[in-house]
Ligand binder design. Structure first.
Ligand code: SF4
Length: 434
């Protein structure tokens, strides 16, 4: 494994290549817009309080909050959202993103973009005209098919909803809405700034404007039972989105919920909820194609499929990660997590914070970590195409996984068995370099 820091790239010497690529993997672009009007207590994403936000970081909700319904659209406190992220800061960040992109171009000359994903944070805090400029800058530098998927994450507040049309005009063709729940009491327990009425209105508006709409829902929420979780899925289904992402609420280190955990459902209830929401989504015509992803036929998320299939992606923005293949190596990059440090870096040397070349022995685990999440499995040939290595690299762990009944023996395909999906971490770890 080779690791280097910004400014230390010149003069690196690479050994004769141990990788053989017939062609470079598909290339996607991820852009991180890091600010939110408030930090949610469960969130471990690289999100930062918008500098002028009037909403302080939420405290851990009380049990009484979880059982009480006292939000309505007029009390949601959206006044000031527009001012929470001043335009001069938005513009400075946009300039940093473009400087970052310019610096990346020599690494990907001649390659076309397959998809773009603008995530956060809350990207919909950015003005539509800035998103338009951002996508214009990308288009001016990189080719992308007309039909290429361009996703943006948005919160379902009234403030964001008013901007959806502008985002579509800017070129966004897929909206991913962070609803999390349609229950006011659960939204309050999660410290969210929107309420269920706003979420319903936002999804309706998105479905009217975009052909591709994802709803993010979380389950196993504080005090949640099976019926309540099913009610969330039923509401999402009724709103006619094309895609559902169903995530279990987990307590992540360094979050307020980890410091003071809310009362989550016990293990038996959790399993009941998970089985019930998956079944409900499938019965409503959504195909499960990844552990957490469900899509109507023909509406799978192309960007995430590339990511799960070990495709390449550029990563622009604070804390963004990238994975880029070269004829002789595969590199991962990380950028400064702090937006101010990121902008300062991009206004100067415009180098990633860290660049790491993956060792050949790391590739089996790197590949399987995401590929094994795909419900239909992945073609064996993708390992050869995207890692530049022969299938013999996988022989030992595959034999072990087969003997334990964790992976199927279908020719030409890597696919976990039902047992394999249940013990996915164990299965993935078998591919770790010993
Ligand atoms: S809105 Fe999303 S990114 Fe922002 S703090 Fe909440 S969970 Fe994190």
């Amino acid at each position: 494994m080779a690791s280097t820091t910004a400014g230390n790239l010149v003069g690196r010497v690479f050994m004769p290549s141990e990788l053989r690529f017939a062609a470079m993997p598909p290339l996607a672009l991820y852009i991180h817009l890091p600010w939110c009007v408030r930090k949610c207590p469960y969130c471990d994403f690289n999100s930062h309080l918008a500098p002028e936000s009037k909403l302080r970081e939420v405290g851990v909700p009380l049990v009484s909050d979880i059982q009480r319904v006292d939000m309505n659209p007029s009390s949601a406190g959206e006044q000031g959202f527009a001012e929470s992220l001043p335009m001069d800061l938005q513009r400075r960040y946009l300039n940093a993103l473009v400087a970052d992109l310019d610096q990346q171009l020599p690494k990907i000359w001649g390659r076309k973009l397959y998809s773009i994903f603008i995530g956060g944070g809350t990207p919909s805090l950015f003005a539509p005209e800035l998103i338009d400029e951002l996508l214009g800058a990308v288009r001016a530098r990189l080719g992308m098919p007309q039909s290429g998927e361009i996703t943006m994450e948005a919160n379902p507040g009234t403030f964001e909803q008013a901007r959806f049309e502008g985002f579509r005009e800017a070129g966004i063709n897929r909206l991913s809405i962070g609803v999390q729940s349609f229950s006011d009491s659960h939204l309050k327990a999660l410290g969210r700034v929107h309420n269920s009425g706003q979420a319903v209105a936002a999804v309706r508006s998105a479905v009217a404007l975009f052909d591709e709409v994802n709803i993010d829902l979380m389950y196993a929420l504080p005090h949640q039972n099976v019926e309540q979780a099913l009610a969330d899925v039923a509401q999402a289904v009724a709103l006619n989105s094309t895609h559902l992402s169903l995530y279990q609420l987990t307590l992540e280190p360094n979050t307020l919920f980890a410091a003071k955990p809310p009362p989550l459902p016990d293990d038996d209830t959790l399993i009941d909820i998970e089985e019930a929401v998956h079944k409900a989504a499938k019965e409503a015509g959504f195909e499960q194609y990844e552990i957490s992803a469900f899509a109507k036929p023909g509406h799978r998320c192309q960007h995430n499929l590339n990511y799960w299939g070990f495709g390449d992606y550029l990563g622009l923005g604070a804390g963004a990660h990238a994975k880029i293949s070269y004829p002789n190596r595969i590199e991962r990059e990380i950028r400064h997590r702090n937006p101010m440090a990121y902008m300062e870096e991009m206004e100067g040397a415009a180098q990633p914070l860290e660049v790491r070349t993956l060792a050949v022995r790391e590739l089996p685990f790197e590949f399987m970590l995401n590929a094994l999440r795909l419900i239909d499995g992945v073609p064996e040939s993708w390992f050869v195409e995207r890692c530049g290595r022969p299938l013999s690299d996988l022989q030992k762990p595959l034999k072990q996984a087969l003997s334990k009944g964790l992976i199927e023996t279908q020719p030409g395909l890597f696919k976990p068995t039902e047992l394999g999906f249940r013990f996915l971490n164990d299965l993935q770890e078998m591919f770790l370099a010993s």
